[in-house]
Design a protein around this ligand. Structure first.
Ligand code: NI
Length: 191
């Protein structure tokens, strides 16, 4: 168990295209556990290995990191409608079916404090390996589909701000470079 350092965009590590995991061995399982630990510590709902400078095709998602659904039946129903069944690791994920479109205000632990609307598929079916190395398929919609697509982009070296216009992206970049200076001085990033 370990919390790793999250790279802040435009860190070059975030542009690396991740390679396929050949065997889900103990080192991959440690990576997955560290991704969960790092994501929870940073109060995120998803994290890709690329974001901790590991160019391997692995990501984790938990849309209910504070277990709110236990005492919020509306949220529990929403999570169920999205196809979310609990914390999930996706290794070598592939989208095997997709339909519809949805605009969602996205954020990213690698671009703290910034949210922007991005267009994604509304419904996807994903095939991947779980943390035990077993193949599974799941269908996701709404925020779950958005989160999976956002994290899968990271594995292609793509960060959501790259969907923005150059002008907006440059503004974000300047903010991040300023923030990075602060972070390097020992001040924690906001997200
Ligand atoms: Ni992200």
């Amino acid at each position: 168990m370990a919390v790793r350092k999250i790279c802040i965009w435009p860190d070059p590590a975030l542009s690396e295209i991740a390679t396929k995991v050949e065997v889900v061995d103990a080192s991959v399982q440690t990576l997955v556990q560290d991704l969960f630990d790092t994501m929870y510590e940073a109060h995120g709902v998803g994290l890709a290995a690329t974001q901790v400078a590991v160019a391997q095709r692995a990501l984790v998602i938990d849309l209910d990191p504070l277990a709110d659904a236990v005492h919020d039946s509306e949220y529990a129903e929403q999570l169920e409608a999205w196809g979310f069944k609990g914390p999930q690791a996706f290794i070598n994920p592939e989208i095997i079916a997709s339909s519809g479109s949805i605009w969602w205000e996205e954020g990213c632990l690698s671009v703290p404090g910034i949210t922007e609307k991005v267009k994604r598929f509304d419904e996807i079916t994903v095939k991947a390996l779980d943390a035990k190395g077993e193949v599974f398929e799941l269908s996701a919609s709404g925020l779950y589909a958005v989160a999976i697509q956002h994290e899968m982009d990271h594995l292609e070296g793509k960060v959501f701000v790259e969907y923005l216009s150059k002008l907006k992206r440059d503004v974000v970049k300047r903010k991040m470079l300023k923030l990075k200076t602060h972070t390097d001085d020992g001040v924690e990033a906001a997200l």
